[in-house]
Design a protein around this ligand. Structure first.
Ligand SMILES: C[S@@+](CC[C@H](N)C(=O)[O-])C[C@H]1O[C@@H](n2cnc3c(N)ncnc32)[C@H](O)[C@@H]1O
Length: 251
């Protein structure tokens, strides 16, 4: 028997409701603004631990993607802005001499970022900016060869605003590199079902990160001059975030 979409939505809603009741204390803390403060402090430490396995699993994909960085400037000249830089998990893939500016909304990532920078003497560090990627007023127009974004827009409500800002700060011919987990495109799959059921809980514990982003549509809407994009099932043991898009868009 096939469930129609109305029945399916009702089932998803019931599961979400059960989870919301179980996690009611956390939701109350969230609405009181307390949970946000706790996460701002605790998330960088939590993330620095949980991200280790993901980064190992994604290593080959990152290596292949970032080998294209050299197309966009000689390594000594390459000016790269990493938005939502977190702990600085991508530094090992950047070419020698590359000038890196990091931007994140959460200052508490700085201690983890500093550790990664200390281990990356092949790079020149141009600074750490605390700002939201959808409003990067401290970054000049057409000042970057490359903008890098590896799971970030999952955490930002307005993806298109981030893409517009990335385009603004890129030089003409510069590129926006991305690796993002996205909503499953196979609506009939278990992954899609659990992404929907668990999304509110996931957002609560993963600092606003959404499992339901159709980021490929925003990339289309951002109207880059060229878009190289692949949909993959990422080789990660985190099953809910297996659907990924990976590639780069040229201004
Ligand atoms: C899932 S983590 C990924 C970190 C890093 N890009 C990586 O690949 O390991 C998301 C990061 O984006 C940051 N972030 C969330 N919302 C942001 C925003 N509006 N502007 C800039 N950074 C943001 C978070 O603080 C966090 O460091």
């Amino acid at each position: 028997m096939h469930l129609n979409s109305l029945n399916m939505s009702a089932i998803i809603f019931i599961f979400q409701l059960i989870l919301a009741v179980i996690l009611l204390p956390f939701h109350i803390l969230y609405y009181l603004g307390i949970w946000g403060l706790v996460l701002k402090k605790a998330f960088p430490l939590f993330f620095s631990k949980v991200i280790i396995s993901y980064n190992k699993e994604m290593k080959e994909h990152k290596k292949t993607l970032f080998s294209n960085l050299s197309i966009f400037g000689s390594s000594k000249e390459l000016r790269l802005l990493e938005i939502g830089c977190g702990t600085g998990a991508n530094f090992e893939f950047y070419p020698k001499g590359c000038r890196v500016t990091c931007l994140d909304i959460n200052l508490n990532f700085k201690q983890f970022l500093s550790k990664s920078l200390a281990e990356s003497d092949h790079l020149k560090f141009d600074g750490f900016l605390v700002a939201s990627a959808d409003n990067m007023t401290s970054v000049a127009d057409a000042s970057m060869d490359v903008v890098v974004c590896t799971p970030l827009v999952c955490s930002v409500p307005n993806t298109l605003a981030v893409l517009k800002e990335a385009k603004r700060v890129l030089k003409p011919g510069g590129a926006f590199f991305f690796i993002e987990h996205v909503a499953s495109t196979d609506e009939s799959s278990w992954i899609s079902f659990f992404q929907k059921v668990l999304n509110p809980t996931w957002q609560l514990f993963f600092d606003g990160c959404s499992l339901q982003k159709a980021t490929w549509k925003d990339l289309d809407d951002a109207k880059f001059s060229e878009l190289n994009i692949r949909h993959i099932m990422a080789p990660t043991s985190w099953r809910l975030i297996k659907p990924h898009i990976i590639g780069y868009a040229i201004k």
